[in-house]
Design a protein around this ligand. Structure first.
Ligand code: ATP
Ligand code: MG
Length: 412
């Protein structure tokens, strides 16, 4: 088992002035939580922050790498070696790191040295340091060529206050913002291809996500619910704390709506009921926005008019991260985030129950409200809410406290 110190990077553009410390602590906390979850431990990861850099000291293997690949907010990270900012030490360590790389992967054809300085402890400029270390490496391996634009190999040097970090590997992160840097949302998840992608894209913008599924039992089989649960397990890979699934037993509610309403309007009536119920659940959870996987024009219920009618049942804002995406683009994303194979498992979604195969393309609010007079909306909302599993408990505040002190002295 090897331990490494990792240098975590994030897109600085996401940080506004005074937010920086808060943002860094959130990211560091999430990275640590995510590693703990993967390793099934509660200690052993040390975090320190130093002048705009986060260092994480951790067990380092494929499991920790896999965990960090799911930490939104990370733009990239590197295992580093730390030395004091003295020319001789930097040079020796740089040569040692180069040798370690060449022994493991073979000698690259081209290389470059890339130095960043936030500390002027050395009088040389970054380019001078690049040249100085680069030529020392070439003296040892004269066959090597320097390529500043597209080298096979980069040796990175970061000179920070008091210390110098040397790295040979820059691993891309998943980007976005750290989960918890925005308020929480409630995602309506159907078990199709779209809503899991919508949930992950929302997590990637920093919003912790809870889930609600409308389950068509007894008219759809258990495989529908099983599929949603499996999808949430995948989505939760990107969630440091894991989001919870609330299930509403919706089949009997739909049956009562179907008994008295126009089959061509039923999908829209069901969806308006879902939105009303989701609003109530969100309110109890102290969540202030809903997320769906809707995409403009994808199906009849998602023409602009129908979406407007459905969304008008909501008090809360409804975010649709995929609203402008083509199905092909959504499928490509589903592959990227690992949800596709589960999403295409056969299972019936409740939206199609008792509904006409060709719903109305352009409804109006007045026509839909007239249809809703034929059943008791409030009564059915209450009936649905009484079926919720697990029962609703007040949620923790979406942005939790985390236990990192404000400023940490670098323990090197
Ligand atoms: P998906 O959109 O997830 O691929 P789908 O295409 O079968 O599934 P649509 O008919 O496009 O579903 O529904 C649009 C959106 O409505 C879904 O993305 C989801 O947010 C919500 N939704 C549909 N059915 C359900 C359900 N049974 N439970 C919760 N939300 C649902
Ligand atoms: Mg869809």
């Amino acid at each position: 088992m090897s331990r490494e110190t990792l240098l975590l990077r994030y897109h600085e553009v996401a940080i506004k002035g005074d937010n920086r410390g808060w943002f860094e602590r959130r990211l560091a906390h999430n990275a640590r939580q995510r590693i703990y979850r993967s390793l099934n431990v509660t200690s052993g990861v040390q975090i320190s922050r130093t002048h705009g850099r986060i260092l994480l000291e951790t067990e380092w293997n494929l499991i920790t790498k896999d965990a960090l690949d799911c930490v939104f907010g990370l733009s990239s990270y590197s295992p580093i070696q730390k030395v004091s900012t003295e020319k001789k030490e930097i040079l020796n360590q740089a040569l040692a790191e180069f040798k370690k790389y060449a022994d493991q992967y073979g000698l690259p054809k081209t290389f470059r040295v890339k130095t960043r300085r936030s500390d002027k402890a050395l009088s040389d400029s970054s380019q001078e340091i690049d040249r100085w270390i680069g030529s020392a490496i070439r003296d040892r391996y004269p066959i090597l060529e320097v390529d500043l634009k597209h080298p096979d190999f980069t040796l990175g040097i970061e000179i920070r206050f008091g210390k110098t970090f040397i790295w040979t590997e820059k691993i891309p992160g998943p980007g976005g913002l750290p989960v918890g840097s925005n308020a929480a949302v409630l995602c309506l998840i159907s078990g199709g291809i779209d809503s899991p992608v919508a949930a992950i894209r929302t997590l990637r913008r920093g919003s912790p996500t809870q889930f609600i599924h409308f389950y068509g039992a007894p008219f759809v089989g258990e495989e529908a619910l099983q599929k949603v649960e499996d999808l949430i397990r995948i989505i939760n890979r990107y969630h440091p704390e894991t989001g919870k699934l609330y299930v509403i037993f919706f089949g009997k509610i739909q049956e009562q709506i179907a008994l008295v309403t126009n089959p061509k309007m039923r999908t829209i009536l069901y969806r308006r009921m879902m939105i009303r119920i989701a609003n109530r659940v969100a309110k109890t959870l102290k969540i202030e926005a809903l997320v769906t996987g809707e995409s403009l024009g994808q199906v009849a219920s998602q023409t602009l008019e129908n979406l407007a009618v459905i969304h008008s049942a909501s008090h809360l804002p409804i975010f649709c991260p995929l609203i402008t995406y083509d199905k092909d683009e959504i499928i490509q994303q589903a592959h990227q985030w690992g949800t596709f194979e589960t999403s295409i498992r056969p299972a019936t979604d409740c939206c199609t129950l008792f509904a006409d195969r060709h719903p109305l393309l352009h409804t109006s609010l007045a026509a839909v409200e007239e249809e809703e007079c034929k059943f008791s909306v409030n009564h059915l909302v209450e009936e649905a809410l009484s079926s919720i599993t697990p029962s609703l408990k007040p949620a923790r505040s979406p942005v939790e406290e985390w236990d990192l002190p404000n400023s940490v002295v670098l323990p090197i």
